[in-house]
Design a protein around this ligand. Sequence first.
Ligand SMILES: [Zn+2]
Ligand SMILES: [Zn+2]
Length: 155
Amino acid sequence: MQEISNTSAAELKIKTEAFKQLCRTRGLRVTEQRLEIFRTVARSKAHPSVETVCAEVRKKMPNISLDTVYRTLASLEEAGVVFRVGNCSKARFDADLTPHYHFVCMNCAEVYDIPAGGNTPSIPDNIEEFGEVKNVNLQFRGICNRCRKAAGKMQ
Ligand SMILES: [Zn+2]
Ligand SMILES: [Zn+2]
């Protein structure tokens, strides 16, 4: 099983620059708070929840409230710089805008990244009747190998 690694410093720097650029084009002011919250999501490859992001940001901004983190994430989501994955009951956030899919474990709620590879899943022919597709957020749900192993279903 692949361990969830974290984003390298160089990668994070590129992402932060791209974030600032994107904020400017979307008319979102780059505040210290937004930047810190974005960097926290971008730094982790574990698709952190609001609570996890909040706990991490508090190390630098001890007075920030969970509500502020929640609202900031919502505005970043609206601006299209982060998006939500995972179970509907518990939002997890992702700042990786490169095409990839997710495997969400229905048992432990872990969110795994799956590289999109060459072949995109078939998009219905009549999709344009509904609108223009900007991105595909494909999620596979099931039981992850770590849980299957723990349950003795795998060697
Ligand atoms: Zn699992
Ligand atoms: Zn992801």
